[in-house]
Design a protein. Structure first.
Length: 442
């Protein structure tokens, strides 16, 4: 069991004085100030995650020091530009974009035709002031009471983020793009809130990156996806932080009657990432399709705790995660299908496959079922294994280098995920990202 090496005397500037300075730097409505203050009290009252907790007992946090980072307070020298790369826009004609640096929005745009239809897409801080009737009831409505101390810190000190609001029956044909960049040693405490009203449709391409592969930083994020009746959301997330970034995130979606979410996750970067991802199917006919790709190297450690919760009858959830591990890296996936009382006719599926390219990598897979209803179909499974040396030998005997052979094998391993992605530019971007990750082994 790995101890969570965090102590209350290591808060650094994340103390009462730091919170006061943060609040004084902001222009928030009264209701948001009250929410932040309550969350801050919760943060102070909580302990750091206990290594005996199931979600944290396999997490290795030695090396993380909160006091090395600073609260997200805007100053005269707060950066507005960075050389962090953008991958998901290649070949895409986006209908809107939001760019942030260190958790603060620095640029935003939206097609005028969508504005005329009532679509909102931009800085969450700004829209909290300008559109409180939309933001107030939805913000933190899914994540709710802080499940751990990182979530409480995020709720208290998020500096900015993005709101997407799509009115009833409005269909956005072209994708919307989010790019979060972080400077060397920066702090990104941000929140993304997506609300699709009844019958609305949208595609969101979200990515985060650092200016260099070895950049350090601290990310503490929140993501809430509210998909109401008959709405359809495609949400793509590419995590490509630098290899010394510590990432903590709580992500949750709520899917209404006859609504659908297609959620694609690609995790390539970060020194350490702990992500709690949950989809709740809250009304009959709701469907969710979650695809995940993890590709790790060096000493990366990525943990994903996922829940597919069926709250109503006649709902479908389909969950597939695939991981490829190199060097001394490690992945942890703990998945759960929960079927509530009365959620009959549930159809739930989850699977996690892992491919190790090194003798020193490790993949932990813990699938689970919690079924409290009758007449359901729930299946789960997991596989883990080494790359087949015979396949590598076969490819090399036909003129390929070892690296080229491994790249082909890895691409084939991920092909099932690619086949489930309906956006061509996303398939191309993930393929390129995977090619960049393959190391040379001789």
């Amino acid at each position: 069991m790995n101890a969570v090496m965090l102590r209350n005397d290591q808060l650094g500037a994340f103390n009462d004085e730091g919170f006061t300075s943060f609040m004084q730097s902001r222009i928030d409505p009264v209701w948001l100030t009250e929410l932040r203050t309550e969350a801050w009290r919760t943060f102070l009252s909580m302990e750091w995650p206990n290594p005996r907790d199931e979600n944290w007992m396999r997490s290795e946090l030695r090396g993380f020091k909160l006091d090395r980072y600073s609260p997200p307070i805007e100053t005269a020298d707060t950066p507005t530009e960075t050389e962090a790369p953008v991958w998901l826009l290649e070949g895409v004609n986006a209908s809107g974009s939001v760019k942030s640096v260190n958790g603060r929005v620095v640029a935003e745009s939206l097609d005028e035709a969508l504005k005329a239809k009532g679509v909102l897409f931009g800085s969450l801080s700004r829209l909290s002031r300008e559109k409180p009737e939309i933001v107030r009831s939805a913000l933190h409505s899914l994540i709710g009471d802080a499940p751990d101390r990182f979530a409480a810190l995020q709720a208290a000190m998020w500096s900015d983020g993005c709101l997407l609001y799509v009115p009833r029956n409005v269909v956005i044909e072209q994708p919307l793009h989010l790019h979060a960049a972080m400077t060397e040693g920066g702090t990104d405490i941000s929140h993304t809130l997506v609300i699709l009203e009844e019958g609305a449709q949208a595609t969101v391409l979200s990515e985060c990156s650092s200016p260099t592969d070895q950049a350090a930083g601290f990310h503490c994020g929140g993501l809430e996806l509210i998909v109401k009746d008959r709405a359809n959301l495609r949400y793509v997330s590419l995590q490509d932080w630098g290899q010394k970034v510590w990432k903590f995130s709580h992500q949750k979606a709520s899917v209404g009657r006859d609504a659908t979410i297609q959620w694609t996750v690609a995790a390539m970067g970060a020194r350490f990432a702990q992500v709690d991802q949950q989809v709740e199917l809250v009304a009959p006919g709701a469907s969710s399709y979650v695809n995940g790709v993890m590709f790790t190297r060096d000493r990366q450690h990525l943990t994903y705790n996922t829940i597919q919760r069926h709250c109503a009858p006649h709902c479908t959830s389909d969950f597939l995660y695939k991981s490829v591990l190199q060097d001394n890296s490690r992945t942890v996936w703990r998945g759960m299908i929960k079927v509530d009382v009365g959620a009959d006719k549930t159809d739930g599926y989850q699977r996690n496959d892992n491919l190790m390219l090194s003798d020193h990598s490790r993949a932990d897979s813990i699938p689970g079922l919690e079924i409290l209803a009758d007449d359901v179909r729930c299946t789960h499974g997991s596989t883990s294994g080494r790359v087949d040396e015979e396949l590598i030998f076969y490819a090399r005997s036909r003129g390929f280098t070892r690296q080229e052979a491994i790249r082909m094998i890895v691409t084939g391993f991920f092909q099932q995920i690619f086949d489930r992605i309906t956006i061509e530019s996303v398939r191309d971007a993930l393929g390129a990202a995977i090619a960049r990750q393959v190391r040379q082994y001789e």
